[in-house]
Each structure stands twice: as structure tokens, then as C-alpha cells.
Design a binder for this molecule. Sequence first.
Ligand code: NAD
Length: 305
Amino acid sequence: MTATVIDGNKLADELSEQVHEQLRQLKISGARPGLATVVVGDDPAAGAYERHVKRLAERLECDYANEHLSDDAEVADVLAVVGKLNADPRITGILILRPLPPKISEPLIYRALDPYKDVEAVHPENAGLLAQGRPRFVPSTPASCFYLLDAYLRSTGRDPVAFFPGTSLVVVGRSDSVGKPAASLGLQRHATVTTCHSRTKDLGSYTRQADVLIVAAGRAGLVTGDMVREGVIAIDVGIDPVEDPETGKTKFVGDIDFDSVAAKAEAITPVPGGVGPITDVWLIGNAVSAAAAALRVEPRFGVSL
Ligand code: NAD
């Protein structure tokens, strides 16, 4: 089987045109969506992602602000920044960038967010609504997985609504930001969902059951061709740094061993160029949804699955 490689960049371009147009329309209605990121400390990955989100917000003409606190910031300092952003009418979406320094409790900061500005659904109220199948915001990375899946299925003439019931969906990873919400979204679609994690024994015995496989483990090349069945649709969330043996420089690969899995899969997402580009646009789309909700002009604005 020769797998179709699902082109996340192309789909992200289409989605960003849609979000850009909605932003324009929303501004005509008098709203100004604005996204804020909060970075604490000097983690290079958080810094790089912050600059990336800033560029994208600028490209889509979405107002953007960043709050950067130093490594020695106390919990009270972070809570004060969150309180300021909660109260700022120019900010409709807030993203807390991970990792936070160890002394800053993530759950405590998440609980302090205004749930109506919590575009990544990390506040317990939003995580609960998502788990109950009534999401206020669908977090960007798991949303991106299903956006890719839906687009791919439609491109092959299949209706995603009819496809998922009875399908075996295996999710590898159980983080609050990716694995758990991806499993919830699969359940909402009536897939039969199995979640695997670092303590799962014999991972391959589960992944081989998958009609659809979503891997978000942060382990380069974890899932290999012998761990999947013929005809699987494989979505790779991982962005894992490895040293390029030829150049000695760092490059990024996925959690799926692309060549061996592609040899058996019906379709597969590449890294880079799969899940990542849609994730970023989705985040801005959620800030648009939040601004529209504040104006009570839902559901015409914002991205949805
Ligand atoms: P995380 O570290 O919070 O969670 C990883 C999960 O994988 C855990 O639940 C863990 O139990 C599981 N796991 C780890 N090793 C495993 C193994 N050997 N077998 C089975 N399960 C295992 O990570 P995360 O935030 O969920 O991110 C996962 C990956 O996705 C990372 O590579 C991250 O960089 C990437 N990511 C990509 C995007 C994107 O837009 N493409 C967004 C967020 C995260």
C-alpha cells in the first residue's frame, strides 16, 4: 500500500484564509479579537513557540500581546498577570505557554484563567465541558488531528460523521493538552477509543488494533511499521528533537517512524507539515470565537469541527 501523505500546510492555508476573513468581518461588527501569551522563564521551546504565534497573529491581523515573566517569578506574580489579562477587554484569548518553572503550579494558574478566554481549554470548567462532549473551546492540537482526519476522509468521498462510529481509534499519550482531549473527541464521534501511555504493556498489541491512530507521546519514532495494521490512518502529533547524523544539527521528527508506517498505512501525516501548522491557526480561530461569543454573534464566527 502507498500511503497518502496528508498535507497539513495546504489545509492550514485554507483554514487561515477562513479565520482571516472572519476576523475582518468581526472587526466590522465592532469586535477586536486579541490573543495574549504568557511565558514564564527562558525555556527555548516556549520562547520559539511564542515568536511563532506572534508572527501568525500578525499575519492574520489579530491583536497580540505577550507577557514575559522571569525565571524567578513567584506564583503571585503569574496570577497577577493572568488577572490583568482577564480584565483587559482587548484580550479575548489567553494562552499559558508550557513549560512553567517547577515551582509554579500549572493547575493553580489554569484555574485562575477567565474560562471565556481560556482558548486551550485548560481551565477545569472547559476541560470538563470537553470531556462531557459539550466543548466551549476545542484545544488546538487535538482539534487539528480531527480537522486533518475530516478533511482527508472528505477528500476520499467518505462522510466523517458516518465513518467514525464503530471505528477503532487508538490514542498514544494521555496528556491533558493532547491525548485526553483527543480521546474525548473520538468518543464524541462514537469511535471505540483506547488510550495508551507510558505504563501500557506491549504497546504494539493495542496500536495494531487501530483503524485510526493518533500518536502524541513525545518519543521519536516510537511507533514502527510492525506496530500497525495494513490500511491504518496515522496522525503524528510528535515534534521530537533529534541530532541529524549528517549535519550534527538538531532536526525535528515525529513519534511515528514515517517510512515503515507509510509502507502499510492508507494515509499518514508528516512531521513537519502535518498537525503543527493547523494547530497554530486553530488557536487564533479560538480567539475569534471568544470575541464573537462576547459580542453574542456565535456561531457564524470561529472554527469548529
Ligand atoms: P507530554 O509529555 O505531556 O505527554 C506525553 C504522553 O505520552 C504521556 O501521557 C505519556 O504517558 C505518553 N508516553 C510517553 N512515552 C510513552 C511510551 N514509550 N509509550 C506510550 N506512551 C508514552 O507531551 P504532550 O504535550 O502531550 O506532547 C506530545 C508530543 O506532541 C511532543 O512531541 C510534543 O512536542 C508534541 N506536540 C505537538 C503539537 C503540534 O502542534 N504538532 C502540539 C503539542 C505537542
